[in-house]
Design a protein around this ligand. Structure first.
Ligand code: TMP
Length: 236
């Protein structure tokens, strides 16, 4: 009989393991957009995102970012530390795109003079609304100290990833992070992949991320494959 997941999200399933405090994350090929209204699959996405996330978490770990990742254990699975996820999605933006471009009326692709950090309330029923430090404090969903830690880590992660990707001819436009608490410490959780980042080719500005699925641009799998190849040299 197949093991039952503890939790099933849109792109991943979480399973308990025999070891207390360690969980197995299984990466699916399912893709959703528009807060779940658009549904589909991207062939081998789970395999590629498992590898891409592994690559980024190992890179960040080497650069002093505390995270939940332990190791990749199979094509679609990775072992992680238990986290009590803080219901705050942290978005870092270098170039105006997506919802920010729409909200402030800037053309997508406009370079911003300074980095923008945003917080969203992780709540599907509400469509993950934009919130700020005051909302977070009033709602009691994270402490001011945790907000400070998440903000500092997110900006440091932006520096590490932007510099690394630049060498691979990828521009890091924006990305979303999730954090959780383990033994009182705030750790980076979730995934870092073309599902959760905007990656543009530095020269052609071709989109190498989930916007190809969200906006029906075609060559979706090819974009994920290209990111994996540029990061690890590996052909998917
Ligand atoms: P946005 O421009 O749609 O707000 O997205 C900003 C970044 O966050 C982009 O890199 C995609 C990522 N993101 C997620 O990972 N999950 C989500 O549910 C949304 C809306 C965005």
């Amino acid at each position: 009989m197949e093991k039952q997941p503890l939790y099933e999200g849109k792109a991943k399933r979480i399973y308990a393991t025999d070891k207390a405090g360690e969980y197995l994350v299984y990466y699916k090929d399912d893709a959703t957009a528009l807060n779940g209204l658009k549904k589909g699959t991207i062939a081998s996405k789970g395999v590629m995102n498992n590898k891409i996330t592994t690559f980024f978490f190992e890179l960040l770990g080497k650069n002093g970012i505390p995270h939940h990742f332990i190791k990749r254990v199979s094509e679609r699975e990775q072992l992680v530390k238990e986290l009590k996820i803080l219901p705050v999605e942290v978005v870092v933006r270098n170039i105006a795109a997506g919802s920010l471009a729409k909200r402030i009326g800037w053309e997508e692709g406009t370079k911003m003079p300074s980095t923008v950090l945003e917080m969203y309330y992780k709540n599907d029923d509400l469509g993950d609304p934009l919130i700020n430090d005051y909302h977070i404090k009033a709602m009691g969903i994270a402490t001011p100290e945790q907000v400070k830690t998440m903000s500092e880590l997110a900006l440091k992660i932006n520096d590490i990833l932007s510099a690394y990707l630049k060498d691979k001819k990828i521009e890091l436009i924006d990305f979303k992070l999730e954090f959780g608490v383990n033994n009182g410490q705030v750790l980076l959780g979730d995934e870092i992949s073309p599902d959760t980042c905007r990656f543009w080719d530095t020269e052609t500005h071709e989109k190498l991320d989930k916007d190809r699925f969200r906006r029906d641009l075609g060559n979706v799998e090819e974009a994920y494959k290209e990111v994996l190849k540029r990061l690890t040299g590996e052909e998917a």
